[in-house]
Design a protein around this ligand. Structure first.
Ligand code: HEM
Length: 403
């Protein structure tokens, strides 16, 4: 059904909106800053920076027990005892935890993604990017989403979890099933989560007998208040790291490559001025923020005049917040050296992305190596670029030609 009004009937999976949501957000911010829909289980969608940020900080009225943008499927039956169920959704602490549990669940994983811990993955990320882009360039053209962006984060996460690289393709399918394809098809989502849970359960069992130098083993060895971390928690956090660390970053890399393919002046500037890279990475994250999260209303509350009721779902459109003209000058332009850039692509408040150091490193290295091997490239004439949206927005088909 076509959208009758974006203010009270929006559809986050509308094909044109997924490909280009920016005009809709611009209109909503000006006319109806908290939109509503009955579609996909019903939700509210604030579009202004101030509102999105305020809700992300307000854990008193908004719970993270369901963070997916569409309602959860029934819990997988045979995975039930392995995972903590909250509101019917597979728990993935700390992203699905509220205070006070959130604090210890987050503290457990922060050291694994600290700058020093991430640094040691930079050389393998660089080698991987180099070899992927060389293959594409040698062919003269290729799909920069499938053949490049999509291949990078999954392999780094597999390394961190101590899982063979040969599982990368399977992980990619699972993560797409959990977030992208499953967002509009509960059966696909349920099946994907079941496969991930079953796999991680087996891996955790193996690590208990033969601990290794990986995140799952570290979590199993950790203690909270003198007690070991329960298996279901280790599995839940493993799910999160897989799901949060893969298509988020691949989407950010894909959008960055799309921008550089379609804006030759920015691409040439970045090639000529490589010192711009840190600012450019932040600007590309701002302009093409991939992630939208959800909250559930804990007690009746009003946001910008809109009455939200207990159990209502609220979408935190970090991508729209990051294009709010109240906060960013010329928000719809990519300004590679934008100096004032307090974007919230990684969220805000207690759930702010724990993997941001890793994401930034992967994005920077992926752009650097692509431009090094292919300073000149563009979209292939007549070829179709496709986008995924909803929870995570990014290109899924990105045909480019080199030279
Ligand atoms: C460009 C890539 C990424 C983006 C844009 C992104 C974005 C986000 C956002 C918006 C949140 C906040 C969630 C909320 O408020 O409910 C979040 C949380 C989180 N992200 Fe990321 N993320 C990215 C990459 C990663 C990576 C590579 C990892 C690590 C494997 C990761 C791990 C996490 C974790 C563990 C949380 C939960 C933190 C908490 O609840 O305390 N993310 N991310």
């Amino acid at each position: 059904m076509p959208v009758s009004s974006w203010a009270d009937d929006y559809d986050i999976f509308d094909h044109d909106y997924v490909a280009n949501p920016f005009p809709v957000w611009d209109e909503l911010r000006g006319t109806c800053p908290v939109a509503h829909t009955d579609r996909w289980g019903g939700s509210w969608m604030p579009t202004r920076y101030e509102d999105v940020s305020a809700i992300a900080h307000d854990t008193e009225h908004f719970s993270s027990r369901e963070v997916l943008v569409t309602p959860a499927p029934e819990p997988p039956e045979d995975g039930e005892e392995m995972v903590l169920q909250l509101g019917g959704e597979v728990a993935a602490p700390p992203i699905t935890s509220d205070p006070p549990e959130h604090q210890w669940a987050r503290r457990l994983i922060l050291p694994m993604f600290a700058p020093k811990a991430v640094e040691k993955y930079e050389p393998i990320t660089r080698d991987l990017c180099r070899s992927l882009v060389q293959d594409l360039v040698a062919a003269g053209k290729g799909d920069a989403a499938v053949g490049y962006a999509q291949q990078i984060p999954v392999r780094i996460i597999a390394k961190m979890l101590g899982i063979p690289e040969s599982m990368s393709e399977t992980f990619t399918q699972w993560v797409r099933g959990a977030l992208e394809l499953g967002a509009t098809d509960p059966e696909v989502r349920q099946e994907a989560f079941k496969e991930i849970i079953t796999y991680l359960f087996e891996e955790v069992t193996k690590r208990k007998e033969h601990p290794g130098d990986d995140i799952l083993s570290e979590l199993l060895a950790a203690e909270v208040d003198g007690e070991p971390v329960p298996d279901y928690h280790v599995i839940g956090t493993g799910i999160l790291i897989l799901v949060a660390g893969i298509d988020t970053t691949w989407s950010a890399i894909g959008s960055a490559i799309w921008h550089l393919a379609t804006h030759p002046e920015d691409r040439r500037r970045l090639v000529a001025e490589p010192d711009l890279m840190p600012l450019a990475v932040e600007e590309l994250l701002r302009a093409y923020s991939p992630v939208t999260m959800a909250r559930v209303v804990k007690e009746d509350v009003e946001v910008n005049g809109c009455p939200m009721k207990v159990d209502d779902r609220v979408l935190l459109s970090f991508p729209s917040a990051n294009r709010d003209p109240e906060v960013f000058e010329r928000p719809n332009e990519v300004i590679l050296d934008r100096a004032k850039n307090r974007h919230i692509a990684f969220g805000a408040g207690i759930h702010r992305c724990a993997g941001s150091n890793l994401a930034r490193m992967e994005l920077r290295v992926a752009i650097e190596e692509f431009l090094r091997a292919a300073p000149e490239f563009s979209l292939e004439d007549g070829a179709t670029v496709t986008w995924a949206g909803g929870q995570v927005r990014g290109p899924r088909q990105l045909p480019v030609v080199f030279g």
